[in-house]
Ligand binder design. Sequence first.
Ligand SMILES: C[S@@+](CC[C@H](N)C(=O)[O-])C[C@H]1O[C@@H](n2cnc3c(N)ncnc32)[C@H](O)[C@@H]1O
Length: 208
Amino acid sequence: MNDPQGGVPPVDWEERYRTGQTPWDTGRPSSELQRVLKEYQIGPCRTLELGCGTGTNAVFLAERGFEVTACDVSEQAISLARQRADRANVAVQFLTCDLLELTDLGEPFPFVFDRGVYHAVRRENLAGMLAVLQRVTVPGSLWLTLAGNANDPEPREGGPPQVRAEEICRELEPLFAIVQLREFRFDAACIDGQESRPLGWSVLARRR
Ligand SMILES: C[S@@+](CC[C@H](N)C(=O)[O-])C[C@H]1O[C@@H](n2cnc3c(N)ncnc32)[C@H](O)[C@@H]1O
């Protein structure tokens, strides 16, 4: 795929899961997701998680009564996610697919979540991602995306792709009104053998 941002090769996600190079996969529900749910009183509803990885957050949401559909392009990740949901005894509709090809998901979703997906997919096909978000939401729907932050004073090789605040506003504002744009630290991950908490952007946006 094209890389308009300058030479960043596309990630082979299946290979990353197959070889265990998944520093983002903490196995614990995202603290920032939990904060936003609480602060904005987002309760159980139809929810779509884009790029759900091994399903930690999808299962966390399902355990709290959310009706979750979650997709990931990696078969290995979705297989692990299904096992996680079985262990937790919750129902999640997991789909192995490229989010850019999502169709026929039924009623629109009041809440969409991604952790570490917009910041990667925007490099390859931002317009495609926004078109999907438009299809799966209605005016008033909320989208929470957690993305790498270009203000990180200690960026680590192997850390998340980074985005600048003005890029977020420019890219999202035509379709979404930004409700909250806030710096946060990702939960601790082991990056290149060292524990790290990369600086992130927590972006809560409401579909126009
Ligand atoms: C940084 S990981 C984050 C995984 C998960 N959200 C988490 O927090 O553990 C990015 C995830 O997005 C998935 N992904 C990347 N591009 C995708 C696409 N076009 N369609 C579906 N999933 C994608 C990858 O397979 C990977 O699981």
